[in-house]
Design a protein around this ligand. Structure first.
Ligand code: HEC
Ligand code: HEC
Length: 350
């Protein structure tokens, strides 16, 4: 009798612990974020937990800003901002391509090849600094650059102003947006910047999972989420709801581009680039500042082996991921990628 009881008790224990270990990743990650396992981040790293796609700050002001947003949208698509009259911002930031251009390096004025890969402008409201090397501090300041850039739009602000002032339709659009018909560089870039802040990602399956649909992620994707936060140490840099620490690192892909050094002139910043958001990353290849990475398996393998050139960040270490783990990590990158939100291109004024 006693024996039987012991056996029963033991088997009960076994079943209990089995069901506890069965408290699998799905249950753990379906629970409150506060109970998620701690991420593997190195000492001194400031990180934020992953989370649901945050709202752009202009979302709440959409009504009061609607005329400025409309004007900015039109300007973004207007090729009259370029010297040749053939290139607009949207040439290199295309709505159907998640607002990137799908090219290794973007092609601008008269076929000039840019030095760097065109990043998506989705969620760019979030960045503290813009461009791969951080040389611009806000979207309005940034918008001057491509217009003047020889390789991009190859124009000059005074010429752009002259051209736009001749377009009757713009008088009304600027009046609605700013109260009078004056067309000047400051208003032009402000409107573009505010429009850009409305460009965000669509919610991914990861967001839908976080909002309570426990079936939104496959087992492989869940394992990938766990790996991303733990063994693969991606959270050392790609943390927070937008998967970026908003900082600059030498992740070993710098080639011979000085990157952030151009901004700070500090030796330690040679080869550092802005940590890009990974939202929609499977839609915005080829990857990295130089667009040289065209295969996500190869990128994951490079992070795994850490056999990257010297000078790389000390946060990049060999990971020892198995074949299956690498597959799971890739699956997770798919789960945080979504098709772009539908977008209606504007009619241009005459
Ligand atoms: C010829 C292609 C081309 C055109 C035209 C172009 N861009 Fe870009 N854009 C790029 C490239 C390439 C980069 C990255 C350059 C770098 O980091 O050095 C970039 C970067 C950006 C960024 C920074 C994103 C980030 O994550 O840091 C924003 C914002 C942006 N462009 C907006 C615009 C606007 C607004 C216009 C029109 C006024 C425009 N672009 C026109 C190719 C282009
Ligand atoms: C030390 C910080 C750091 C760590 C750790 C890190 N990354 Fe990155 N990641 C970066 C930086 C910086 C870039 C941009 C580098 C460049 O363009 O040369 C980048 C770029 C990427 C890109 C290309 C994005 C694009 O739009 O071109 C992918 C994909 C990526 N990382 C995935 C990962 C994954 C997966 C992990 C974990 C295995 C990881 N990263 C770990 C800093 C880091």
């Amino acid at each position: 009798m006693k024996k039987l009881l012991v056996i029963l008790l033991l088997s009960g224990l076994v079943v209990f612990s089995l069901s506890f270990s069965k408290k699998n990743l799905r249950d753990i990650y379906s629970g409150p974020v506060a109970y998620w396992p701690a991420p593997f981040v190195d000492g001194g790293v400031k990180w934020n937990e992953l989370g649901v796609l945050p709202e752009s700050p202009v979302e709440k002001q959409r009504d009061s800003l609607k005329h400025i947003i409309e004007l900015g949208k039109i300007l973004f698509f207007d090729t009259r901002l370029s010297g040749s009259g053939k290139i607009s911002c949207a040439t290199c930031h295309q709505p159907e391509l998640n607002w990137a251009d799908g090219k290794e390096k973007s092609i601008g004025h008269e076929g000039a090849i840019n030095k760097r890969n065109s990043p998506t402008i989705q969620n760019s409201w979030f960045y503290k600094r813009l461009f791969w090397d951080g040389r611009s501090s806000d979207l309005q300041d940034q918008a001057f650059a491509p217009i003047n850039s020889e390789k991009e739009m190859h124009s000059e602000m005074p010429d752009v102003m002259r051209k736009l002032r001749k377009v009757n339709g713009y008088k009304e659009l600027f009046r609605k947006a700013f109260g009078d018909e004056q067309i000047d560089p400051d208003r032009l870039t402000e409107a573009i910047a505010i429009f850009e802040k409305t460009i965000v990602s669509r919610k991914s399956r990861f967001d839908i999972f976080l909002e309570g649909d426990k079936k939104a992620l496959t087992n492989s994707e869940l394992r990938g989420l766990h790996l991303f936060r733990t063994k693969a140490k991606c959270m050392n840099c790609h943390s927070g709801p937008l998967f970026t620490d908003n900082l600059f690192h030498n992740s070993g892909f710098s080639g011979n581009d000085d990157g952030y050094y151009k901004v700070t002139h500090k030796e330690e910043d040679i080869g550092k680039f802005k940590t890009p958001s990974l939202r929609d990353v499977m839609k915005t290849g080829p990857w990295m500042h130089d667009g040289l990475q065209k295969d996500m398996h190869a990128i994951i393998e490079k992070f795994n082996k850490a056999d990257l050139p010297a000078g790389k960040d000390k946060l990049i270490q060999p990971l020892g991921l198995t074949k299956r783990e690498k597959k799971d990590l890739l699956a997770f990158l798919h789960a945080i990628s979504a098709a772009p939100l539908e977008f209606q291109k504007p009619d241009l004024p005459e």
